[in-house]
Write a protein that binds this ligand. Structure first.
Ligand SMILES: Nc1ncnc2c1ncn2[C@@H]1O[C@H](COP(=O)(O)OP(=O)(O)O)[C@@H](O)[C@H]1O
Ligand SMILES: [Mg+2]
Length: 425
């Protein structure tokens, strides 16, 4: 079997988890990460390119004769990395710039949902402050204001009253506090209900849906405090029945993909709609045009099919030829963060206990913000540092295993949520 040279773009826990899974493929040859982290350097070769350095990456791929590139983070996708690779006849996994618009323009995605009758919160898109202000005046509170462009998860504001809404609109539209990403805002109805993450692999023609998962976005227990990149995930979800998943598949997943196709923006790669299970049925909060982080760390523990086969099928349009299987297990990931995250935090803290914690076969530790210092000490290098993942026959078992492993790891000011999975148990 010919081995493939693979490049994974990105540096988070998600990219480590994807690399960990791809490495298990008998067809996986040399594995590169750009730029990667300490964890990825133990399973592959880190190359020092920024994820958005499209030109540098193309030159590298040509020079090293990389067979397949996986474009994982949102920003290179928004910059059109897939289109640029395709122009050069290079094989790449991910959506084109137009298809990824589902994520990088919330204005686009909301208008798309409205046009095709997809279930989502009522909304308006405004670039004009006066119009935005008058929309807010005529609607009830709380009201949700979202920066349209990519905002590192910091561009959504739930405003409890008019004063807050006015201040938020003024900051985004007049003071340009989000730069161009805030040239437009989406103002929408406040929804309630449990939030879930759905993911689907697609080659643009067929698709294969993942089990449902749940992230924990807020820094504090009981979902208090500011939003983060995600503090922990569980899958599958005891609160989502097969019947509900079927409904979501029909009304949300299949229709989104077929309507994107109809509109000439065929989506290929991974699509990740974030949903809210409202009293009036599941509604789309947003689309992401890529794998979630830390959902992926949990998903890779459950995926039973060769990931490289899936990636190749998505690129080649042959996804109908393979069956994707998921282990009949539960899995979870607990994120270990630097104290102070998502606000300011220190880096460079020595991490200890990883080897001890990963002794059990059900435990895998994925690196995010880590690096080696000049003395080969493993140190912290970001807000989210590690993701401790575990599998089990039940979610309860997986969580117990993961928290047991977490106890063995330490670094100064390490912080994690102790209530991951609690809501769905
Ligand atoms: N219409 C809404 N009603 C209530 N909460 C919302 C609504 N839209 C978003 N949220 C909350 O804000 C979070 C971030 O919103 P989202 O649209 O996913 O933006 P992003 O992930 O790009 O920051 C969601 O995970 C959800 O908790
Ligand atoms: Mg989101």
């Amino acid at each position: 079997m010919p081995k493939q040279k693979i490049l994974i773009i990105g540096s988070g826990g998600r990219e480590h988890a994807i690399g960990w899974k791809i490495k298990q493929s008998p067809r996986c040859g040399e594995l590169y990460f750009a730029p990667g982290n300490a964890g990825t350097s133990s399973i592959g070769i880190n190359v020092d390119f920024k994820a958005v350095d499209i030109k540098g990456l193309i030159d590298f791929v040509k020079k090293e004769h990389i067979d397949v590139t996986l474009a994982i983070p949102d920003d290179p996708l928004a910059l059109g990395i897939v289109d640029e690779f395709k122009k050069e006849n290079l094989r790449i996994f991910g959506p084109t710039k137009n298809a990824a618009q589902l994520e990088w323009s919330k204005a686009f995605s909301k208008n798309f949902m409205r046009k095709h009758g997809l279930p989502t919160a009522k909304f308006d898109v405004c670039h004009d402050y006066k119009r935005a202000e008058s929309y807010v005046k005529n609607h009830s509170f709380p009201i949700v204001i979202k920066v349209s462009g990519l905002a590192l998860g910091k561009g959504v504001f739930i405003c409890g009253n008019y004063t807050e809404a006015e201040k938020t609109l003024n900051n985004i539209l007049n003071n340009k506090s989000f730069g161009e990403a805030g040239n437009e805002v989406v103002i929408e109805e406040f929804l309630t209900g449990p939030e879930i993450s759905t993911h689907v692999f697609t080659d643009g023609k067929t698709y294969s849906i993942f089990p449902p998962s749940q992230d924990h976005k807020r820094i504090g227990e009981n979902d208090e405090g500011p939003n983060t990149g995600g503090m922990g995930t569980v899958a599958p979800l005891p609160i989502v029945s097969d019947e509900l998943m079927k409904e979501i598949e029909g009304t949300i997943i299949a229709s989104t993909l077929s309507k994107m196709n109809e509109d000439g923006n065929t989506f290929s790669g991974v699509l990740y709609p974030g949903l809210m299970l409202t009293p009036n049925g599941p509604k789309i909060l947003e689309y992401n045009a890529r794998f979630g982080d830390p959902e992926t760390q949990t998903y890779m523990r459950l995926l039973d099919t060769d990931l490289l086969d899936i990636i190749d099928a998505c690129i080649d349009g042959t996804l109908d030829k393979i069956k994707i299987n998921w282990k009949k297990l539960s899995a979870c990931t607990i994120v270990l963060a630097s104290g102070g995250y998502p606000e300011s935090y220190e880096k460079g803290k020595i991490i200890s206990g990883i080897e001890n914690a990963s002794g059990d076969k059900d435990i895998v530790i994925f690196h995010a913000g880590t690096k080696y210092d000049e003395n080969r000490n493993l140190i912290t290098n970001g807000g989210r540092v590690l993701g401790v993942s575990a599998t089990g026959n039940t979610l309860k078992e997986a969580l117990a295993g993961a928290y047991e492993a977490v106890k063995k790891i330490s670094f100064e000011k390490m912080y994690y949520r102790r209530d991951i999975g609690k809501k769905v148990l």
